[in-house]
Design a binder for this molecule. Structure first.
Ligand SMILES: C[S@@+](CC[C@H](N)C(=O)[O-])C[C@H]1O[C@@H](n2cnc3c(N)ncnc32)[C@H](O)[C@@H]1O
Length: 256
C-alpha cells in the first residue's frame, strides 16, 4: 500500500528499532528528500566543521589518485565526492549515486561542472556492470541501508581487483565519560536544534542519534566487510571515536 508523506515521518515506536523497520528505505529516502536543502549547513554547524575534516581524512586513507575511478555510494549532496575532486591529482572519474532525488538535485546544483556524473539509484541494486571502479566510497550512508550486507556486496561487485572500499560512519565513543557527554549532546540538544535550523518535519534529526546507538560497532563492521569479500580491513577512529573510517581491498574476483 502506498504511504502518504505524513505517514513516513519517524515516530517514537519506530525509533526504538530504526534498523528493523521493514519500510526503512522508504522512510530514509523521504527523510533525505525533506532535509536536502539544509543538509550541508546542518552538518557543518552541528559537527563544528569536523565533518569536512573526516571526509578529507577518508580520502587520504583511500590513497586515491589520478588513475582512480571513484564510485561514491549514497553520495547525497556530493560532499564526499567533492573531497575526492579537491586533492592534488584528482581521480579521472567521479560518479555519485543516491536514491534521494532531492539530495541529487542539490548535488547537481552545487557541482554543475562536467567533472561529476550522477546516478539516481538504490545502492543495494546498482545499475552498473561489475568491475568498473578502483575506489568505492560511502560516507554516513551504510547505516541507512535496509540491508547492510547487500550494500557491501554491491560495492564489492563494482570494484576491480585491488580496488579499495572506504567507508565513513558514526560510531559510539569508547571512553565512558566522553560518551556520556557526547550522547547527551547528540540525543538531547542536537535533535531539537537541528530540527529548528533545518525546518525538518520528517524526524530526521531524532532518527540520527537513534540510528547511531542502535547500529553495529567497529569490530562487527570489520567482520561484515570481510564477509563481503574485502581483505586488509582497517578501522581508524576519529574524534575520540565519534566516527570511524574503514578501508578494505577487493583481493580477487572470487568471493571470500
Ligand atoms: C547522511 S547522508 C550522506 C550523504 C553524503 N555521503 C555525505 O557524506 O554527506 C545519507 C545518504 O544516503 C542515501 N541513501 C541511503 N540509503 C540508500 C540506498 N539504499 N541507495 C542509495 N542512497 C541511499 C540517502 O538518500 C542520503 O543521501
Amino acid at each position: 500500500m502506498r504511504k502518504k508523506p505524513g505517514q513516513l515521518a519517524w515516530d517514537k515506536p519506530q525509533l526504538q528499532r530504526p534498523h528493523e523497520q521493514r519500510d526503512k528505505a522508504l522512510r530514509v529516502r523521504h527523510m533525505f528528500d525533506g532535509v536536502a536543502s539544509r543538509y550541508e549547513l546542518v552538518n557543518r554547524v552541528f559537527s563544528a566543521g569536523r565533518d569536512a575534516a573526516w571526509r578529507r581524512k577518508a580520502v587520504e586513507l583511500a590513497a586515491a589518485g589520478a588513475d582512480d575511478a571513484v564510485l561514491d555510494v549514497a553520495c547525497g549532496t556530493g560532499d564526499f565526492l567533492r573531497a575526492f575532486a579537491a586533492i592534488a591529482n584528482p581521480p579521472w572519474r567521479l560518479v555519485g549515486c543516491d536514491f534521494s532525488h532531492g539530495m541529487l538535485r542539490e548535488a547537481i546544483s552545487t557541482s554543475p561542472n562536467r567533472q561529476f556524473h550522477w546516478i539516481e539509484a538504490d545502492a543495494l541494486l546498482l545499475p552498473l556492470a561489475p568491475e568498473l571502479f578502483t575506489v568505492a566510497s560511502c560516507a554516513f550512508g551504510v547505516r541507512n541501508f535496509q540491508d547492510l550486507d547487500a550494500g557491501l556486496r554491491e560495492m564489492w561487485r563494482v570494484l576491480k581487483v585491488n580496488g579499495r572500499i572506504v567507508i565513513l560512519e558514526f560510531t559510539r565513543p569508547e571512553n565512558r565519560l566522553f560518551r556520556l557527554l557526547y550522547e547527551f549532546y547528540a540525543n538531547r540538544f542536537m535533535p531539537w536544534a537541528a530540527t529548528w535550523v533545518s525546518g525538518d518535519r520528517t524526524g530526521a534529526y531524532r532518527y540520527l542519534p537513534r540510528s547511531v546507538v542502535s547500529f553495529i560497532g567497529a569490530a562487527e563492521m570489520c567482520r561484515r566487510l570481510q564477509e563481503a569479500g574485502f581483505g586488509n580491513v582497517i578501522a581508524a577512529r576519529m574524534s575520540l571515536g565519534i566516527v570511524t573510517i574503514y578501508v578494505g581491498t577487493k583481493q580477487s574476483t572470487a568471493h571470500g
